[in-house]
Design a protein around this ligand. Structure first.
Ligand SMILES: [Zn+2]
Ligand SMILES: [Zn+2]
Length: 451
């Protein structure tokens, strides 16, 4: 191959420059894909330098000063300015870059990177991603120019900026670029010299036990005033003063220096039910955290000390949005094990309890939406599996049941029958009506164990 193709490129570069003044970046970017491993500003300078040498050669032959040399000087290209001086020519007026208006300079990129890193220093992160905002008119001018000059070797202007600012920040913080799920996304705007940090949330999974009754999983607003505060709620705006999510989320918020949190439970228990045994899985999402490398034992201790006797957490691990989605999709079908202490309206004997255990081994129960939740849930009949019921007599009229059932089965109604809406039910099988049911969740099947 001769130098013909190269000549074509130089010719194109000359035409481009004669049409519009272009900075090093904006010229080099049009030929970016011809060579990797060098910045577009370097490529632009290389082309300008060759064009300047070529101009001087032509000047030697013809004695005339080529237009391109003046144009190069007007873009601030020093060797061209110097050449004109030597030739006794006046330097032409400096013109801003046609595409970027002069926003793309190494200094400008470094300034934005410096500004960004001042704030970045306040955050913990293991990787980052740099994005760029580019005004629409800049894009339009570049697109038009590419169409007019048939440029097919160009690179997107965003890439130009993100690579430059990204490499400065990477060197500074010694962290890699991450495209899939970066800890922090930095959106820079070199045109206005501003930037924006998008700090991605962290996810922590674990299990909670709720040791106290009458506490909802998430805050319940007063049903009368919806949080504004009224006489009924003693001006607290709440039905219950505390919730599981707050007892876990508030200490986490402080430790991780996050802006807010969202608590995701794998299902929820009744307000008056406790959660004991292995506990219920949850995922805590912390938004805009400054800390990400916290030893989770510190969080566990803080929550368990602060919520002593109310809530206890265990098995904490860093998690992900993917695992949260998995938990959410599986928790409605994940099986649960309950313990119910039931007081009945008459004596029961062991024989009757044995029959209950036999009857409720691996059966399907047909349950119409309980009357107590009808306001919130559609009235329909669900078919749910009961895996087993174990009964232990604690007194003449008091029985402890251990019940394992498919997610979504209402256990109180399995016991009392809900006036025939749940069939079969334990009350009917026993021939006794429950006077009081104390319910605890003792195990929620963990998403990992669902095949
Ligand atoms: Zn430019
Ligand atoms: Zn109220």
């Amino acid at each position: 191959m001769s130098f013909e193709r190269l000549a074509e490129i130089l010719e194109k570069a000359e035409k481009l420059l004669l049409a519009h003044p272009l900075c090093d970046y904006c010229l080099g970017r049009q030929f970016s894909s011809l060579c990797y491993g060098a910045g577009n500003d370097e490529k632009g300078r290389a082309l300008k330098l060759i064009l300047a040498m070529w101009s001087l050669l032509r000047h030697k032959e013809s004695g005339e000063i080529p237009e391109i040399l003046k144009r190069l000087a007007s873009t601030g290209f020093k060797p061209a300015v110097k050449a004109l001086q030597v030739l006794g020519e006046e330097s032409p007026e400096q013109l801003p870059c046609y595409i970027c208006g002069g926003a793309l300079t190494r200094q400008g990129m470094e300034e934005v990177a410096e500004k960004t890193s001042e704030e970045l220093r306040e955050y913990e992160f293991r990787n980052l991603l740099v994005g760029a905002r580019v005004p629409a008119d800049v894009r339009e001018r570049e697109d038009e120019l590419r169409a007019a000059f048939n440029i097919d070797t160009g690179e997107d202007i965003k890439e130009d900026i993100t690579r430059c600012v990204g490499s400065i920040l990477q060197k500074k913080f010694k962290v890699p670029v991450e495209y899939q799920s970066p800890d922090i996304v930095i959106l820079v705007d070199v045109f206005s010299g501003s930037y924006e940090l998008q700090v991605n949330p962290i996810f922590i999974k674990g299990f909670y036990r709720k040791l106290q009754k009458n506490m909802p999983q998430t805050p319940w607003y007063c049903r009368r005033c919806w949080g504004r505060g009224c006489e009924k709620c003693n001006y607290t705006g709440r039905e219950y003063p505390e919730s599981v999510s707050e007892l876990i989320g508030e200490p986490a918020l402080k430790i991780f220096e996050a802006l807010s949190y969202k608590f995701h439970g794998a299902g929820r228990e009744d307000v008056d039910a406790t959660v004991i045994g292995t506990g219920r899985p949850f995922v805590l999402e912390l938004k805009h955290p400054r800390r990400r490398f916290v030893d989770l034992a510190i969080l566990e201790r803080a929550v368990n000390e602060g919520a002593r006797g109310k809530v206890e957490i265990s098995g904490l691990e860093y998690s992900s949005r993917r695992e949260l989605r998995l938990m959410k999709s599986l928790s409605p079908i994940a099986s649960k094990t309950y313990e119910a202490i039931v007081e009945l309206d008459g004596d029961v004997d062991e024989g009757a309890l044995k029959l209950v255990e036999e009857k409720f081994r691996d059966i399907v129960v047909s349950q119409r939406t309980p009357r107590r939740v009808l306001r919130r849930r559609a009235d329909k009949i669900r078919q749910k599996k009961v895996y087993y019921v174990e009964a232990e007599k604690l007194g003449d009229r008091i029985v402890k049941f251990r019940i394992k059932a498919q997610g979504g089965l209402y256990i109180k109604e399995l016991i009392d029958g809900d006036e025939g809406r749940t069939e079969p039910n334990i009350a009917e099988a026993l021939g006794r009506r429950p006077l009081r049911i104390d319910l605890s969740v003792i195990e929620v099947e963990h998403p990992k164990t669902v095949s």
